[in-house]
Design a binder for this molecule. Structure first.
Ligand code: SF4
Length: 507
């Protein structure tokens, strides 16, 4: 019979206007620690180091893990969080074509503080755990339930043979949606590794690979794993699953690899599982000429492949990459930023295509798996900014006056206001092949087309000249008066609130 959890006092951060990412990460984090979430928060602090960019400036981080779960077959997803957060997250997931139901366990102040919310979650999970439909149920605590200490770790690990995975993905503990993908992928790999250690597990759908495999860490364009597989063939290796996987059984195959390739370098929790399984990990990716040569050598070393075979693989693939790069050169000065984790790889490709890249910013943290790419770019004079904020990206654009700014939505908007052609990284750049010969030159078409747009922007600027900018933007009978003193007043008000919060923290 279910028993009620003890009644706890409502944390101050969860009262009044304190229910969201606007309410101050420090208070929410303090509440979560007081409610017993220190272990998870300490692990996140280690896995996803903050600073200088401490807060999400883009979407809610939980979108990353939500999307990973929604893309997996036979996986049910439940969110536990404020209704407004869940509304935003489900809206975004359906906007991106989830075509799956997102479960939600609602709460109010009473069910939150009496522990009834946890019991409601437990009931929901029991109702949903039908092995005919699901391999796994993923339940995610968003900010408020995490800050309140809703103990998902007390859920049973499996019900009727359906695995139950509970994760906390608060905005005050996981900085970006990219890293939230790793939170879920890492939790699943850990579960699958434990299962594999205890006995036989399901084989991959198409049977075990004939050759030793290289697991690919990080979401990528669908053609890239195929291209990587062709590059690995002369080494006697094959491309293994891509993590995050699309199905539970692929997790076993992923762990069963010879080498794990951290194509995206921020999958810290997942990498921990590969290392625990005794698998070597290799950073960077086969992008461009230098990148592909170095990556094949590193994979060869990690998988104990004879040098001759590595040389043969390079001889087969590098001339094709060189040809593709030379065929479609890029000429122009570029600044670039994004939050997907593949920014450094794209920048390498742009540099090898001939572009004058001055700045690359990524919202993701620096890890040892991005070191090779960072060093290569810095040697070419590119400023690499990890945990880049919008302010960094804008400052770079002002500093370098690029011919093209590639970035997030606000960067693109700011660039266009200055008549600088701009491309949105997530939709237009990261959704393209990057690896090997297919990747070399794939960027050139879209980048060169954008570079050629400068004259159009100038025509537009001329056409709209006089309709007003900033506070006076639009068509008015009486042009609005600017009131910089109001902004100053509000700024002082915010600074006062921040000082008050700081003082309360120190009490
Ligand atoms: S769950 Fe996401 S949207 Fe909701 S408060 Fe946290 S960071 Fe903000």
């Amino acid at each position: 019979m279910a028993t009620s959890l003890p009644i706890v006092e409502t944390p101050a951060a969860l009262t009044g206007d304190g229910l969201g990412c606007h309410s101050g990460a420090a208070q929410l984090e303090a509440a979560a620690r007081a409610a017993g979430k220190s272990e998870a928060l300490d692990r996140y602090a280690q896995d996803y180091p903050k600073g200088p960019h401490d807060q999400p400036q883009s979407m809610c981080p939980a979108f990353g893990s939500l999307r990973v779960g929604l893309r997996m077959r036979r996986t049910a997803t439940i969110l536990s969080g404020s209704a407004c957060c869940v509304y935003g997250l489900t809206f975004t997931s359906h906007f991106y074509g989830a075509r799956r139901t997102v479960g939600y366990v609602p709460f109010n102040s009473e069910t939150l503080v009496t522990g009834q919310l946890f019991e409601d979650i437990r009931d929901a999970v029991h109702q949903l755990a039908d092995p005919a439909l699901y391999d796994t149920i993923v339940i995610t605590n968003l900010c408020v339930p995490t800050a309140s200490g809703v103990p998902l770790q007390l859920l049973p690990p499996e019900i009727n043979g359906v695995r139950i995975i509970g994760i906390d993905v608060p905005g005050f503990g996981v900085p970006t949606h990219a890293e939230a993908k790793d939170v879920l992928a890492g939790a699943m790999l850990k579960y699958a590794r434990t299962e594999a250690e205890q006995g036989p597990v399901q084989a991959p759908r198409g049977g075990r690979a004939q050759r030793p495999t290289v697991t690919l860490l990080g979401e990528m364009f669908p053609a890239d794993p195929v291209g990587i597989g062709m590059m690995l063939e002369p080494l006697g290796l094959a491309a293994g699953p891509v993590v995050p996987t699309r199905e539970w059984r692929e997790l076993y195959a992923a762990l069963d690899c010879s080498v794990a390739a951290a194509i995206h370098p921020f999958y810290t929790a997942s990498i921990r599982e590969f290392e625990a399984a005794g698998r070597p990990v290799v950073g960077s990716a086969p992008v461009g000429l230098d990148g592909t040569a170095a990556w094949l050598e590193a994979i060869g070393r990690a998988a104990n492949v004879a040098d001759g075979k590595v040389d043969a693989a390079k001889a087969r693939i590098l001339p094709a990459i060189q040809g593709a790069l030379a065929k479609q050169p890029i000429r122009g000065r570029i600044t670039m930023s994004g939050y997907e984790g593949s920014e450094l790889l794209v920048a390498r490709l742009l540099v090898e295509s001939g572009a004058d890249v001055r700045y690359v910013g990524t919202a993701c943290p620096r890890t040892r798996w991005s070191d090779a790419d960072r060093q290569w770019l810095e040697a070419k004079g590119v400023h690499v900014q990890f945990r880049a904020s919008l302010e960094h990206d804008l400052a770079a654009m002002h500093e370098f006056s690029p011919d093209l700014a590639i970035g997030t939505t606000p960067v693109v908007q700011a660039a266009k206001e200055r008549t600088i052609p701009a491309l949105y990284f997530t939709n237009l750049i990261s959704a393209r092949p990057l690896m090997g010969p297919a990747g070399a030159g794939s960027l050139a078409q879209v980048v060169n087309a954008a570079l050629g747009n400068k004259a159009r922007f100038e025509r537009m600027k001329d056409f709209f000249a006089g309709v007003g900018e900033g506070h006076a933007a639009g068509v008015w009978e009486d042009v609005p008066q600017d009131h910089p003193e109001f902004r100053e007043h509000y700024k002082r008000h915010l600074a006062k609130l921040a000082r008050q919060r700081k003082a309360e923290e120190m009490v």
